[in-house]
Design a protein around this ligand. Structure first.
Ligand code: SF4
Length: 207
């Protein structure tokens, strides 16, 4: 990538991240999210890993490093970027659902303490709703279009359905199979908690 192209990619990514950071499409969710999760990694990636959301219970930093190592050793890609279909991780919170909170202001302080209880947030991470997925999908498609990878690995059947449909594949996703779209291989696989070297072997044999 030339310096000019690289600068253009960086500008486009920063512009998109600004819009994500100011996005209020899912107000009920964002009240309990300190800041949306953004993509990370090589800005000239061979491969983009897409996860449903930044669920730190199932995918902490160590698991993310393991996933990257699995892809590097199992599929042979060095330049990897990871991102999320939904940027604001929703939580289940009995307190939040039992109060009639009409305000749109953030309920978490910078130390992840709840402003309603002045104690650590007790919310439990849950899967994003269909509405959040549909609302957030355009950011992912834009990110993919900017970074233009040759391979995209989708972690989990649920997100695979949404993303493959966005590219015109409407049948039920076949795991570890490559779907070709405009020079890119889109590969649905199991969710990030269950991805192993066996999945890499299957993907490699079908590329
Ligand atoms: S989840 Fe996505 S669409 Fe919804 S508020 Fe966050 S950034 Fe916006």
């Amino acid at each position: 990538m030339s310096n000019g192209n690289r600068e253009q990619v960086i500008r486009q990514i920063i512009n998109m991240e600004d819009r994500i950071s100011n996005c209020r499409r899912c107000d009920a969710v964002t009240r309990c999210v300190r800041r949306p999760s953004l993509g990370k990694g090589d800005l000239q990636p061979d491969l983009i890993m897409v996860l449903e959301s930044d669920d730190r219970d199932s995918c902490d930093i160590n698991r993310m490093l393991e996933l990257r190592d699995l892809i590097k050793t199992g599929l042979g890609f060095e330049k990897i970027y990871h991102t999320f279909l939904v940027r604001c991780q929703p939580k289940a919170c009995p307190l939040h659902s039992n109060i009639n909170c009409q305000s749109n202001r953030k309920l978490l302080d910078k130390d992840h303490h709840c402003l309603l209880t002045d104690a650590a947030c007790e919310g439990t991470n849950i899967h994003p709703s269909c509405d959040s997925i549909i609302s957030c999908l355009s950011f992912l498609l834009e990110e993919i279009s900017i970074l233009n990878p040759a391979y995209i690995v989708l972690f989990g059947k649920r997100i695979s359905r949404y993303i493959l449909r966005a590219y015109g594949f409407f049948e039920e996703p076949v795991m570890n199979t490559s779907y070709r779209y405009e020079g890119c291989s889109i590969i649905p696989t199991v969710d990030e908690a269950h991805f192993t070297s066996l999945e890499c072997q299957q993907i490699k044999s079908r590329l």
